[in-house]
Design a protein around this ligand. Structure first.
Ligand SMILES: C[C@H](N)C(=O)N[C@H](CCC(=O)O)C(=O)O
Ligand SMILES: [Mg+2]
Length: 364
């Protein structure tokens, strides 16, 4: 199975409600779709969101990186040489993680199609079911409480509550949500870099002292403030998770050695795809550290790949934040991963099982 062409398109899906974090507000998903064509007629699908505030990637950079650098290196390569193909993707350009991720996802899709197996089986097998959390956007307290109750009524048992704005209001936000859903849902926080280390310790001590039990707090401080992350990790009982701080396997090793966080959030759009995500999961497994599998604002094209990976690495990926499809007004993908509220399941179609993408607009 040889790569003959790589075509690009755009998919646009409105969100059910605006997605608001300490870093940005977004109303719709607009992502680059990668379609890798082969001499056997098989097509592999991938997707890249433009998350400039986290990965530095924008639509133009994703499209140009794939068109002018990655694609010329891949034409003619044999999908059965998976390691050679993924190394070529990783080594042909620095950074550009989302572009690399989209192409790698399509390559892994084809690799599993080649052997007529669902991707998770090619990655080691597992039980093809997951349960995801749902993100509660940062907003007025009453709105966040109402959104949290609605999510619990819809069957979500874990809520990822966005904070990282005004520290005093953040504490009140979390207390109010905890009081409203106590006993019905687990709460994890994501400050998206919005606090200083001292603010984070202050807020978490206030919440701990008030009896608010949190599953974890994600990325309390700036991405590059590793000392600050360790400062928080050393001082609070609530487990601290690194998200924006860690992209590569090297960064994960450094973080583990410093004991700067308790948990790592693996996202394909930070790792540059599946090959490095596997390395990070294996490093964490070696060091006995838990991981979460996360996503950016992605549709079920690329989130499906994250689902397959998480199923295969469920020994170490014990937490799931794959709510991209749940945030979408509709699922544009006809495919094999079924996103039904909190419940995610995979059937036995080969690869990612993607048959078509509704509303896909191909780029010239
Ligand atoms: C969508 C997911 N639940 C999430 O919250 N991801 C964010 C980043 C999303 C974005 O801004 O596109 C995160 O974990 O920080
Ligand atoms: Mg995060």
């Amino acid at each position: 199975m040889k790569i003959t062409d790589i075509r690009l398109g755009m998919v646009k899906v409105p969100l059910k409600t605006p997605f608001k974090t300490a870093l940005r507000t977004v109303n719709e998903i607009e992502d680059v779709i990668v379609m890798i064509e082969t001499d056997t007629g098989h097509i592999g699908y991938g997707e890249a969101p433009a998350t400039a505030v986290i990965t530095g990637d924008i639509h133009g950079s994703i499209i140009e990186a794939i068109r002018t650098v990655i694609k010329p290196k891949l034409i003619g390569l044999d999908i059965s040489d998976l390691n050679h193909v993924t190394r070529t993707i990783q080594n042909c350009i620095m950074k550009n993680y989302s572009a690399k991720a989209a192409v790698e996802i399509a390559v892994y899709d084809l690799f599993a199609q080649l052997y007529k197996a669902p991707l998770y089986k090619m990655l080691g097998g597992g039980v093809p079911k997951l349960t995801t959390d749902l993100t509660i956007s940062v907003d007025y307290i009453d709105k966040m409480v109402a959104d949290s109750l609605d999510a619990v009524d819809r069957g979500f048992e874990t809520l990822k509550v966005k904070v990282g704005k005004d520290i005093g209001v953040d504490i009140e936000r979390v207390k109010a949500i905890y009081a409203a859903v106590e006993g019905r849902a687990l709460i994890r926080l994501d400050a998206n870099q919005g606090w200083t280390a001292k603010e984070a310790v202050y807020a978490l001590h206030k919440l701990e002292d008030a009896g608010v039990r949190l599953e974890l707090v994600e990325q309390p401080v700036k991405a590059l403030d590793i000392d600050g992350l360790k400062y928080v990790t050393d001082r609070v009982h609530t487990p601290v998770m690194a998200d924006e701080t860690t992209f590569s396997p090297r960064e994960v090793i450094d973080l583990i050695k410093m004991r700067a966080a308790d948990i790592i959030n693996i996202k394909l759009m930070k790792t540059g795809g599946i090959s490095n995500a596997i390395k990070i999961a294996d490093i964490c497994s070696f060091y006995d550290m838990q991981c979460m599998i996360g996503c950016m604002l992605e549709t079920s094209v690329s989130v499906s790949a994250a689902v397959h990976l998480a199923v295969a690495k469920s020994d170490v990926i014990t937490k799931v934040d794959l709510d991209g499809p749940s945030l979408c007004a509709f699922d544009p993908v006809v495919g094999s991963v079924n996103f039904d509220g909190a419940d995610i399941s995979i059937n036995d179609a080969p690869g990612l099982g993607i048959q078509s993408i509704k509303g896909l607009v191909m780029l010239p």
